[in-house]
Design a protein around this ligand. Structure first.
Ligand SMILES: N[C@@H](CCC(=O)N[C@@H](CS)C(=O)NCC(=O)O)C(=O)O
Length: 209
């Protein structure tokens, strides 16, 4: 039994990572809307829990934690009975961490530019030249994933892990932005596999807003 509270709006990619991990573990939780139009995250009370004023934050029976990847690691270590989502094997763990770090440092920054440009910027204020050069650079970023996925069915090896979650959410944005994309055989096939996960179906398919 868990006594878990998650703060965060469901259209936030970082909140979606945590919700997806919970869904795949069948882990019950109580969620409080926070962020953007819901506010909450800039209040003193919230910032006492998470000084960054960002979502998600969790409270697990009094234990407060923020940073979506750290939260996924913590929750799967504690609650994943099958030890499948974040296995104990040192080298599999290291590969998972490698891809989680890669997401933060290489994958997300250009996608953030594309996402804000195409979804959150009014049409007459878009810098189309910058968006096109970011798109071209992002194709090279996705080619790194495609290449990695030519070697194993999931990003950290033979089984689905928490490393696949942020990458699948990144790809959901990639596949749903109104931009040109080359076919990537291995990435496309992996994306079909990860879409079958309960967490993807429940939390990742909302329109991009
Ligand atoms: N590195 C942090 C980033 C958290 C973050 O940037 N959250 C965004 C939402 S995706 C946020 O709180 N934005 C302000 C808001 O929603 O009001 C994590 O992975 O949890």
């Amino acid at each position: 039994m868990s006594d878990l509270t998650i703060w965060g709006r469901t259209n936030s990619i970082n909140v979606q990572k945590v919700l997806w991990a919970c869904e795949d573990m069948n882990l019950p939780f109580h969620r409080i809307d926070a962020g953007m139009e819901y506010g909450v995250n800039k209040t003193e009370e919230y910032k006492n829990k998470n000084p960054n004023g960002l979502v998600p934050t969790i409270d697990d029976d009094g234990f407060i934690l923020w940073e979506s990847h750290s939260i996924m690691r913590y929750l799967t270590r504690k609650f994943d009975q099958h030890k499948a989502l974040y296995p104990e094997d040192l080298q599999i763990c290291a590969k998972i961490d490698q891809w989680l770090d890669w997401y933060n440092t290489v994958g997300w920054p250009p996608m953030r530019t594309l996402f804000w440009g195409w979804i959150r910027t009014p049409e007459d204020q878009r810098n189309l030249k910058d968006l096109e050069s970011t798109r071209q650079a992002f194709v090279q970023t996705m080619a790194i994933l495609d290449q990695a996925l030519s070697k194993s069915p999931f990003i950290a090896g033979n089984v689905f892990t928490i490393a696949d979650i942020p990458l699948a959410l990144l790809c959901y944005r990639w596949y749903n932005l109104p931009i040109e994309r080359p076919v990537m055989k291995y990435l496309d096939a992996w994306y079909v596999r990860v879409q079958a996960r309960p967490g993807f179906q429940k939390y990742s398919t909302a329109p991009l807003t």
